[in-house]
Design a binder for this molecule. Structure first.
Ligand code: 5GP
Length: 196
């Protein structure tokens, strides 16, 4: 086997406040990379109307989620805004073994867990241009009621504060094309691939 085939994919962690546009950016970045996989998390959060089960998330009951944890099927998991979220381990390992850049769109708690398992993981945090813009985007999305939007906005401050400490790259999502291009460049130019 030549050296090329032995290359393991790199892990890319993408975090940022709710409503900042992480999913849109990540979906676009995956299209621009040669070999990439965007992890689909499991969650106990109720499915929004616009979401597709198995595509945006795998929606589980709390009991099902507990079984995934007990069986050791999750790479990391955390409670975020009152719901449980986790990254399926097998799919990530499979993608890494086949040399794919594996993007995990997860919160700061999950990012810390993954960083201990994959110390070479590239850590990217997406910021909104302003707090007001974040509030607008969240309201316009229409997914959460006013109380939930308030809760998520409060959480954003805490997450952004933690981000300055833990993340290597910060991208401001002011212009979608620019944010996508910045993230693609960071991933392409970052070492992190390891020999199997
Ligand atoms: P949302 O409910 O808006 O889709 O996601 C809420 C938060 O959960 C976001 O910060 C998102 O990054 C985070 N999240 C989504 N999937 C996972 C996951 O698998 N693990 C962890 N730790 N956080 C996740």
């Amino acid at each position: 086997m030549n050296k090329q085939n032995n290359k393991k994919g790199k892990v890319v962690i993408v975090s940022g406040p709710s409503g900042v546009g992480k999913s849109t950016i990540c979906k676009e970045v995956v299209k621009r990379l040669d070999k990439a996989y965007l992890s689909v998390s499991v969650t106990t959060r109720p499915k929004a109307e616009s979401e597709v089960n198995g595509q945006d998330y795998l929606f589980l009951s709390t009991e099902e989620f507990s079984r995934w944890v007990e069986k050791g099927l999750l790479l990391e998991h955390a409670e975020v805004f009152g719901h449980l979220y986790g990254t399926p381990k097998d799919k990530v390992e499979e993608a890494l073994q086949s040399g794919k850049t594996t993007i995990l769109e997860i919160d700061v708690q999950g990012a810390k867990q993954v960083k201990t398992i994959h110390p070479d993981a590239v850590m990217i945090f997406i910021l909104p241009p302003t707090q007001k813009e974040l509030a607008n985007r969240m309201s316009n999305r229409g997914r959460e009621d006013t109380a939930k939007v308030e809760e998520r906005l409060d959480g954003a401050g805490t997450e952004i504060a933690a981000a300055w400490q833990y993340y290597e790259y910060m991208i401001i999502n002011d212009n979608l094309e620019q944010a996508v291009s910045e993230m693609t460049q960071i991933i392409k130019h970052n070492p992190g691939d390891k020999e199997c």
